[in-house]
Unconditional design. Structure first.
Length: 137
């Protein structure tokens, strides 16, 4: 019985440690000095915990299209703010304001999403995220 209790305790500690390690801070992956604004067409949304992902096809200045991924809040938090599968179907044109990834790859952190009806929704969920970048003038 004691061996089983020890093994169960060890397994729970490993599980807790791996969960803590998997959850990262904004500063670990994104660059607060590189704000971005991207307008594009939704290709897919992953409604997963702890962070959902929004993917957009974004037309570049040279006419090419790049698919960008944006991390944002948890599904329940987004739903409470009025975002769900019905408000972000594939094909919807949206504007995302946020910050680029430190890696330079085509992904970033979304602070706000502006929908076709003009609503702008705060979508970030990181406790250490900087204020949303201002809209370009």
């Amino acid at each position: 019985m004691n061996t089983r209790h020890t093994a169960l305790s060890a397994a729970l500690l490993l599980l807790a440690a791996s969960s803590t390690h998997a959850h990262h801070a904004f500063a670990a992956e994104y660059d607060a000095a590189q704000p971005l604004q991207s307008q594009g067409v939704v290709t897919k949304v992953k409604w997963v915990n702890p962070h959902s992902w929004l993917y957009l096809d974004v037309k570049q200045a040279d006419g090419t299209v790049l698919n960008w991924g944006f991390e944002f809040g948890a599904p329940l938090s987004l739903q409470q703010k009025g975002l769900d599968r019905a408000t972000l179907p594939a094909g919807t044109e949206v504007t995302v304001r946020g910050f680029k990834a430190k890696s330079g790859e085509n992904y970033g952190y979304a602070s706000t999403v502006t929908l076709p009806d003009g609503r702008t929704i705060a979508v970030g969920g990181a406790a250490d995220q900087p204020a949303a970048p201002a809209a370009p003038r």
